[in-house]
Design a protein around this ligand. Structure first.
Ligand SMILES: [Zn+2]
Length: 151
């Protein structure tokens, strides 16, 4: 589906793909001139797509993390070591927190699978409904997006 829709093109490495012909129309770009390099380059950053599938739920975050807080005591939660359960015990007040209640404000997420769009600045692009709906149709589950800065 990702290839057929023109979102991805050929494989560059094991998990990475070059952007497809229709890539830019499946995202909504903010600002007037998005500064992205769509062609794979030898010596400078370029936009790529990486498909990650894990055996179990995994916590993803980066250096731009906006910590979620315990709904009871407001202790910051910056890491989830075992995201496979649905409940986390607050390290401070020991209250049970539903993982689904934590709000990382689009800077972290828990997922088994994710699609990484690399080398686009935070909030510069948003996946549009056409892309999210197509992903939902093939996977039978709802897709969301977040921005992770990895350096
Ligand atoms: Zn707490």
């Amino acid at each position: 589906m990702l290839k057929k829709s023109g979102f991805i093109d050929s494989k560059i490495t094991d998990k990475r793909y070059a952007t497809g012909d229709n890539f830019v129309s499946l995202l909504t770009f903010m600002g007037c001139s998005p500064n992205i390099e769509l062609e794979p380059q030898e010596d400078k950053p370029y936009c790529y797509i990486e498909i990650n599938t894990n055996e179990k739920e995994t916590f993803y975050s980066g250096t731009n993390l906006k910590a979620a807080v315990c709904p009871e005591c407001k202790t910051k939660i910056t890491q989830i070591t075992d995201p496979t359960g649905e409940i986390l015990l607050c390290s401070n007040c020991h209250n049970e927190i539903q993982l689904s209640a934590l709000n990382w404000r689009k800077t972290a997420f828990i997922a088994k699978s994710c699609i990484v769009i690399g080398n686009i600045y935070e909030s510069e692009a948003i996946p549009n409904d056409q892309l999210l709906d197509a992903l939902e149709e093939v996977s039978q589950s709802k897709w969301k997006y977040a921005y992770i800065r990895d350096a």
